[in-house]
Design a protein around this ligand. Structure first.
Ligand SMILES: NC(=O)c1ccc[n+]([C@@H]2O[C@H](COP(=O)([O-])OP(=O)(O)OC[C@H]3O[C@@H](n4cnc5c(N)ncnc54)[C@H](O)[C@@H]3O)[C@@H](O)[C@H]2O)c1
Length: 463
C-alpha cells in the first residue's frame, strides 16, 4: 500500500499527543512524527534520557519511546519548522472550560485551538491535512476552516497555493490504559468531507487496526460522538455512585449490584465500579460543554438532564468528606489523616479534577492534617494542587507506612494495586487508637483490616 503521508506533526505534547504519536511511530516506521509544544519543560521531559522522567506515566509508554525516540519520533518546540514539513497535522492541544466571558464555566475555551489554526495557516506549505485530535464542540471544524481560509486568502504575503483538508479524529484513550487502548482501540472514528484525506488517515491506522473497526462519518457526527461517549461513561459512574449511597442505608452491597446488573448484556460489566466520583481532564469539561451546547440550541430539559450527572459527582465527594468527619466523633480538627492516592485513578500520575483533591480540600477545610502518599504523584505536583495557605496542613511521604504513622484514619482514594494488599496488622500498630480506614474504592481486604483492630467504612456497604 503506497502511503502519501511521510511527515506528521502533532501540536501538543500532552497526555494525548505524546502517547498517541508514540504508538503511531511504533507502527508506522516509514513516517516521521514531530511532536511539538510551546512548553519547553514538557519537551525537555519527553527528551529526558531517564525514561522514568517522561512527563506522562502510562504502562508501556517508556518501552515504546525508548525504541522510536530520535528514530522516527521527535519532540521539540520547533512549531514553525514542523508545520512546514508536515503533510498531516494533528491538533492535540488543551481545550479547558472557559474561565471568563461568554459561556464561562461551561463552554470550551478554544483559544489554543484557534492559535494552532493560525500557525498552521501561516507556516504550512502546499496541501496539508489538518486533523482535530482534541475534544471539541460540534461545529469547531467550521471555525478552523474559516481561519485557514481567511488567513490564507487575506494575507497577501501567503502563497495562494496552500490548501487544507479538515478531519475530525477524536481520541478515545483512557488514562492509565492509554497504550493498550491506542494499540487495540475499540474503534477509530474519522469524520470529514474530503474522501482522499480520510483515506490517508485511514491508511495510517490500517498499519495496526482492522478495517472493520474504522468508522467514517461526517465532521459533525464525529465531533459530537466524542462528547456523547464521555457523557455516557460519566453517567454510568454517577448512576452507580448514587446506588452506593442507597446500598449503605439498606444493607445491600454495591459490588453485588454491579455484578448482578452487569451480567445483563444490555447493561454490560464495565464501568460499574462505585468510587469517589469521576475525575480527569475530560468528563467534567466535556459534559459542561454538552450542557452549554444544549442550552445554546434551546434544549434546556436535555441540558438539565446531563447537568445532574455532574451534580451527583460533586455530591458523592461531599458525602464522603462528611462521613469521615462524622465517624471521627464529629470533628477532624488537628487530627492526622492519611491519604492513600491522589491520582484521579490508578496507573496514571494525572491529578486533574481528581476527586481525591476535592476530598482533601474538604478535610483541610475541617482542620485536618493530611499525610499524603501516592506511588506516582510527586510532591512538587501536589504543591500546585492544594491551596498555598493550606500547605502547613499537609505533608508528603514516600511510603504507606510513613504516611500512616501516628494517624487517626486512613482514607483510600485511588485504586492503586499497591493498596489492595496492605499489611493491616503492621499499619494498625503505628496508628493512633481508635483508628479508622475509609475505603472509597472497595479494594482493601476489609476482613484483615477489621481483625487487626481497625474500624472500617467501605463505600457502598453498610459496615
Ligand atoms: N487526557 C485524556 O485522557 C484525553 C483523552 C481523550 C481526549 N482528550 C482531549 O485531548 C486534548 C488534549 O488533552 P491533553 O490531556 O493531552 O492536554 P494537555 O494539557 O496534557 O496537553 C496539551 C498540550 O498542548 C500544548 N499547547 C497548547 N497550545 C499550543 C500551541 N499553540 N502550540 C504548541 N503546543 C500547544 C500545551 O502546552 C500542552 O502541553 C483535549 O482536548 C482533551 O479533551 C484528552
Amino acid at each position: 500500500m503506497e502511503l502519501k503521508i511521510k511527515n506528521v506533526c502533532c501540536i501538543g505534547a500532552g497526555f494525548v499527543g505524546g502517547p498517541t504519536m508514540a504508538v503511531m511511530s511504533k507502527f508506522c516506521k516509514e513516517i516521521i512524527f514531530n511532536v511539538v509544544d510551546i512548553n519547553q519543560k514538557r519537551i525537555d521531559a519527553w527528551n529526558n534520557e531517564d525514561l522514568d522522567k517522561l512527563p506522562v506515566y502510562e504502562p508501556g509508554l517508556k518501552e515504546i519511546v525508548s525504541k522510536t525516540r530520535n528514530e522516527n519520533l521527535f519532540f521539540s518546540t520547533n512549531v514553525k519548522e514542523s508545520i512546514k514539513n508536515a503533510d498531516m497535522i494533528f491538533i492535540s492541544v488543551n481545550t479547558p472550560t472557559k474561565k471568563s466571558g461568554l459561556g464561562a464555566g461551561k463552554a470550551s475555551d478554544l483559544k489554543w485551538v484557534e492559535n494552532c489554526a493560525r500557525e498552521v495557516a501561516l507556516y504550512a506549505i502546499g496541501h496539508t491535512i489538518v486533523v482535530e485530535k482534541s475534544t471539541l464542540p460540534v461545529k469547531t471544524a467550521e471555525t478552523i476552516k474559516r481561519i485557514l481560509h481567511y488567513e490564507t486568502t487575506a494575507n497577501k504575503n501567503f502563497d495562494n497555493k496552500k490548501t487544507f483538508a479538515i478531519l475530525s479524529n477524536p481520541e478515545f484513550l483512557s488514562e492509565g490504559t492509554a497504550i493498550n487502548d491506542l494499540e487495540n482501540p475499540d474503534r477509530i472514528l474519522i469524520g470529514g468531507e474530503d474522501e482522499d484525506a480520510m483515506n490517508e488517515l485511514e491508511k495510517i491506522y490500517l498499519n495496526w487496526v482492522k478495517k472493520e473497526k474504522i468508522i467514517r462519518t461526517n465532521l459533525w457526527s464525529s465531533e459530537l460522538s466524542k462528547l456523547i461517549a464521555n457523557a455516557f461513561l460519566a453517567q454510568r459512574i454517577s448512576s452507580i455512585n448514587s446506588v452506593s449511597a442507597l446500598c449503605e442505608v439498606t444493607g445491600a452491597d454495591v459490588n453485588d449490584i454491579s455484578l448482578a446488573i452487569g451480567f445483563d448484556k444490555r447493561i454490560g460489566k464495565l464501568f460499574l465500579n462505585s468510587g469517589p466520583g469521576f475525575g480527569g481532564s475530560c468528563f467534567k469539561k466535556d459534559i459542561l460543554n454538552l450542557v452549554y451546547i444544549c442550552d445554546h440550541y434551546g434544549l434546556h430539559t436535555v441540558s438539565r438532564y446531563w447537568n445532574e450527572v455532574l451534580r451527583i459527582n460533586v455530591w458523592q465527594q461531599k458525602r464522603i468528606s462528611s462521613i469521615i468527619v462524622e465517624k471521627l466523633f464529629g470533628t477532624i480538627s488537628d487530627k492526622k489523616i492519611t491519604i492513600l492516592g491522589l491520582a484521579f485513578k490508578a496507573n496514571t500520575n494525572d491529578t486533574r479534577e481528581s476527586p481525591a483533591i476535592k476530598i482533601c480540600e474538604d478535610l483541610i477545610e475541617e482542620g485536618a492534617i493530611l499525610k499524603i502518599y501516592d506511588p506516582k504523584v510527586k510532591e512538587s505536583q501536589i504543591k500546585k494542587l492544594l491551596p498555598e495557605k493550606n500547605q502547613v496542613n499537609w505533608s508528603y511521604y514516600s511510603s504507606v507506612l510513613e504516611a500512616a504513622y501516628d494517624s487517626h484514619a486512613i482514607v483510600v482514594l485511588t485504586e492503586w494495586g499497591d493498596f489492595k494488599d496492605l499489611n493491616w496488622t503492621e499499619i494498625k500498630k503505628i496508628m493512633k487508637n481508635p483508628s479508622w480506614v475509609f475505603d472509597t474504592r472497595n479494594i482493601i481486604d476489609v476482613q484483615k483490616a477489621k481483625s487487626s483492630g481497625l474500624q472500617t467504612w467501605v463505600l457502598g456497604q453498610s459496615t
